[in-house]
Design a protein around this ligand. Structure first.
Ligand SMILES: [Zn+2]
Length: 339
């Protein structure tokens, strides 16, 4: 659970423009009844909704900003405020009982006319009955209740829900902020450039860190790449012994191919002495330069293309091992001295 200051700090860091926007909206008394906040995991949807809640409840608002330390702010940040309820998926979905509980809490507690807020995280996971139950709630006209539905994938929401809310899309994170989120998620420094190239989701990066999968994937893929560029026939057994154990499912196989393409991109850009590029494997830059020294730009463009095409092969259900072995053969052909 986040502490009070963290919620405010994160809201202001991740969505500075929207924080300013809602500050004005509240000052002008124009807050809508129901909002749908959309944006990737980690984009600050929940923090922004909680910032608004604190702004509405805070006892020491200064210059339009909640203080973050009064009793109201503290209880909101700790998810303990009786008039600010946060619902999250119970397992894989938000169930009708959770929406009923929310409605019951709001009907019984507090004096009529009091400000109340509810936040539904993962709103796209609402079951149909939960969504229908919520719809009735949203239709009841009440100036004192504000609803915030948060969704990473709004395409999964019922159109009837979307039509009753005002959609606000989170702004893309600044590169520095994204890096900080990856660091907070535990991504080691040397893998940051690669991870930033592969995903914008700290949750996905965290998943890759389980059992050091990402570290091993980067090491094994680099081993294969260095053998590929030599070219060294050991690249074939490396596919079977080092890469196959990491290619557990389709999603991991796709990520492995993305890592491979990132490595080939390094090779191409090092080779043409591109100055302003961020290498995905910065610790191997010197080796990449040495390995690609004797090749032409055309050869490296061609093998980068082959790398990209191999991603399409995987989507056509060619097995990961076949994709990698046939890529190895084709690249050897491009890099052979007769060319
Ligand atoms: Zn406060």
């Amino acid at each position: 659970m986040q502490t009070k200051n963290e919620v405010l700090v994160n809201a202001e860091h991740r969505q500075p423009v929207l924080v300013q926007h809602f500050q004005n909206v509240i000052e002008n008394n124009e807050l809508a009844h129901a909002y749908l906040f959309t944006g990737a995991t980690g984009s600050g949807k929940e923090e922004l909704a909680m910032w608004i809640a604190m702004r509405l409840f805070c006892r020491n608002v200064q210059d339009g900003q909640p203080c973050g330390v009064c009793d109201e702010c503290t209880r909101i940040a700790a998810h303990e405020h009786p008039d600010v309820l946060i619902v999250e998926p119970d397992g894989n979905s938000i169930k009708v009982d959770q929406v009923r509980f929310l409605k019951a809490e709001f009907t019984k507690s507090g004096v009529e006319g009091n400000q109340k807020i509810f936040i539904i995280a993962g709103a796209e996971t609402m079951t149909a009955s939960a969504a229908n139950s919520l719809l009735k709630f949203l239709e009841e006209p009440s100036g004192s209740i504000n609803a915030f539905l948060l969704a990473s994938n709004p395409n999964l929401l019922l159109p009837t829900v979307i039509s009753r809310t005002q959609e606000v899309e989170m702004q893309p994170l600044a590169a520095g902020e994204l890096q900080q989120q990856f660091i907070d998620a535990g991504v080691p420094q040397h893998l940051l450039p690669l991870v930033t190239r592969l995903t914008h989701s700290p949750a996905e990066a965290t998943d890759w860190l389980t059992d050091d999968w990402l570290g091993q994937a980067a090491t094994s893929m680099w081993q294969w790449l260095s053998q590929l560029l030599k070219p060294d026939l050991m690249a074939f057994p490396t596919v079977a012994t080092a890469l196959m154990p990491l290619a557990k499912d389709r999603s991991r196989q796709r990520t492995l191919l993305d890592i491979m393409v990132a490595g080939l991109r390094d090779a191409l850009l090092e080779n043409i002495h591109e100055e302003n590029f961020t290498a995905s494997f910065p610790s191997h830059s010197k080796e990449v330069t040495d390995l690609t020294n004797g090749y032409t730009k055309n050869q490296l463009v061609e093998i980068t293309d082959l790398g990209l095409q191999s991603k399409q092969l995987l989507e056509r259900n060619v097995s990961f091992q076949n994709v990698m072995e046939s890529l190895t053969l084709k690249v050897f052909d491009v890099l052979s001295p007769s060319k």
